[in-house]
Design a protein around this ligand. Structure first.
Ligand code: FMN
Length: 157
């Protein structure tokens, strides 16, 4: 992809999530900014996964995923979950689990427990469409990602 296209797409500010999966008693998690809502009835969401991701098979074949929406003070976790061994990424975290048994990131502002309904290969990514089975949210603001930088919401007057 050209640098210019990447830079132009980066102007679209998003939230930041960590998407977890669990397979053969092992936890997996990665930072994801492509999460988005699709439908309220039924409750559907999506995110897209790089096809060369080392854990592609886990995310496509473990039945579902759990999305934790990071709080504005969690940019260090966003960086931690973007590289390195997946099990190491969870080190030192006081793990909480959603009803599905997958990890929830402590301190997140919202989480969504999703059953994988469909995966659609789209260029160099797979789109993972999920149905929300359980969710929760708390007070607070989410972390923002724009032009390759993390930030916080400045509420308009
Ligand atoms: C802010 C941010 C947003 C990201 N969003 C995505 C995303 O939407 N989809 C994706 O596949 N990777 C995304 N990544 C990169 C993955 O987190 C990273 O490639 C992955 O954790 C590497 O795992 P692996 O070593 O198992 O391949 C993002 C990284 C950062 C820092």
């Amino acid at each position: 992809m050209s640098r210019g296209l990447r830079d132009a797409l980066g102007c679209f500010a998003t939230g930041v999530t960590i998407v977890t999966a669990r397979h053969e008693e092992q936890d997996y998690g990665l930072t994801c900014s492509s999460f988005n809502s699709v439908s309220l009835e039924p409750a559907l969401v999506l995110w897209s996964l790089q096809r060369n991701n080392g854990c592609r098979d886990v995310y496509l074949n473990s039945g579902g995923y759990t999305v934790s929406v990071l709080a504005e003070n969690q940019s260090e976790l966003a960086m931690r979950f973007a590289s390195g061994d997946h099990q190491d990424r969870f080190a030192g975290l006081k793990l909480q689990r959603s009803p599905s048994g997958r990890v929830l990131v402590p301190g997140c502002v919202a989480w969504f427990d999703c059953e994988l309904k469909q995966s659609i290969t789209a260029g160099d990514h797979d789109i993972l469409l999920g149905e929300i089975k359980a969710f929760e949210h708390v007070q607070g603001h989410g972390l923002i990602f724009e032009r390759s930088r993390f930030g916080k919401l400045a509420v308009a007057a």
